[in-house]
Design a protein around this ligand. Structure first.
Ligand SMILES: Cc1cc2nc3c(=O)[nH]c(=O)nc-3n(C[C@H](O)[C@H](O)[C@H](O)COP(=O)(O)O)c2cc1C
Length: 375
């Protein structure tokens, strides 16, 4: 069986399946459950120093189902970062590292635009033993009203400055999590890498309006009759996430080959993960999938990914990481490639065409007959 273990920025994971920041990593109990079920690493729900400023509403999710099978394929949330106190989180991180010393625990952090706050949150998290940090520069709803999250992530200058603050005190690997709500994801990615981020995580959710209830005429999710723009996730966003990851991986490979990419967006199966890895991801994160299927989904994912690897003769993740990046071209190049291929096929076909009966040969008789039938 293929070896699924992988090391990302020195973090040794039994497999590349990582719990993405969100409800599946919302307290020590559920994080422990994820480790017990075999997830390769866990990124906790995003935390900040002043949880009392974080006030959630309900309902805060709305879901889109397929017309035929009723399966959920799109998910909007207007959930904020964790509303649990920073001190509680520090205790829980400590407990988790005591109980699971060999498992990778990553804190996701977010702060206001103040160097002292960012330095404090980095230092306090690493002091309690987390293995790495993910900078949430990408949550698209609620927090941007406080100039946090994607309010920073859409501005490369702020990304560079804030990542630089974190890097000035970080002693563990740091990933910067990108928002897809930009025209060119390479710009904030470059800024984070320039500031020294060890890796990029992408993507966070896509700004969305899930729909409008045609009875009440109110958009969803509906909180006392009103809503706010939310973040879209789940299967439906996979093509957009793959495109963003492809662009980020291409940049990393050409300019920062020692940095890593954690691919996120609509991953629900081992085969989804294979696609992200083929496009240059070192590991993949899953958030909404766990909310649909529970922590146990990691077992079939492991089987599917190793089945895919066995089928292609890949022994480990490095054997196919980024393999499919080589197949992207500009449209003009596609036109050129196709014209050349057509000319070659025509030449081959012409060579097989019989002009006189004496040209029939016994060896490629069937091909020659076929060429004549196509004219
Ligand atoms: C309900 C919900 C809450 C989330 N909370 C956070 C969060 O606190 N921090 C964060 O960085 N991303 C958060 N995310 C975004 C996910 O980590 C992930 O980037 C996104 O949902 C796309 O991946 P998915 O399709 O696997 O869910 C949240 C997503 C959902 C659905």
């Amino acid at each position: 069986m293929a070896d699924l273990s992988t090391t990302v920025n020195g973090l040794e994971m039994p497999n590349p399946f990582v719990i993405g920041s969100g409800p599946p990593g919302t307290n020590a109990n559920v994080i422990g459950k994820a480790f017990d079920e075999g997830w390769g690493a866990v990124i906790a729900k995003t935390i900040s120093l002043e949880a009392e400023k974080v006030i959630n509403v309900q309902p805060r999710y709305a879901r889109l189902r397929s017309r035929k099978s009723n399966e959920i394929f799109g998910w909007e949330n207007i959930e904020l970062i964790s509303d649990r106190s920073f001190e509680t989180w520090m205790d829980e991180f400590k407990q988790l590292k005591d109980k699971y010393p060999d498992r990778i625990l990553i804190a996701s952090i977010m702060e206001e635009y103040r160097k002292d706050a960012w330095c404090e949150i980095v230092e306090r998290c690493q002091d309690v033993g987390v293995d790495a940090l993910e900078l949430n520069l990408s949550c698209p709803h609620g927090l941007p009203e406080r100039k946090m999250g994607s309010a920073m992530g859409v501005n490369p200058d702020l990304v560079e400055e804030v990542t630089g603050w974190a890097m000035s005190v970080a002693q563990v690997p740091v990933w910067a999590k990108m928002t897809p709500n930009v025209t060119r994801i390479e710009d904030p990615t470059s800024a984070a890498l320039k500031a020294g981020a060890d890796g990029i995580a992408a993507i966070n959710t896509i700004r969305s309006v899930l729909g409008v209830d045609l009875e009440s005429l109110r958009p969803e999710p509906c909180v006392e009759g009103y809503t706010t723009l939310g973040g879209y996730s789940c299967q439906a966003i996979k093509p957009i996430a793959l495109r963003n990851c492809m662009e980020i991986a291409t940049l990393i490979r050409s300019e920062y080959p020692d940095r890593t990419l954690s691919g996120i967006g609509g991953v629900e199966t081992g085969l989804d993960a294979a696609e992200f890895i083929l496009l240059g991801s070192d590991c993949v994160q899953v958030c909404t999938g766990v909310m649909k299927m529970g922590y146990k989904m990691v077992k079939p994912m492991i089987e599917e990914l190793s089945g895919f690897m066995d089928k292609h003769g890949f022994n480990n993740i490095d054997d196919f990481k980024g393999h499919s990046l080589q197949f992207f071209r500009t449209h003009a190049e596609l036109v050129e490639i196709q014209a050349k291929a057509r000319a070659e096929r025509k030449a081959e076909h012409d060579a097989k065409m019989i002009r006189e009966d004496t040209q029939w040969t016994g060896d490629d008789f069937v091909d020659q007959s076929d060429a004549l039938s196509r004219g």
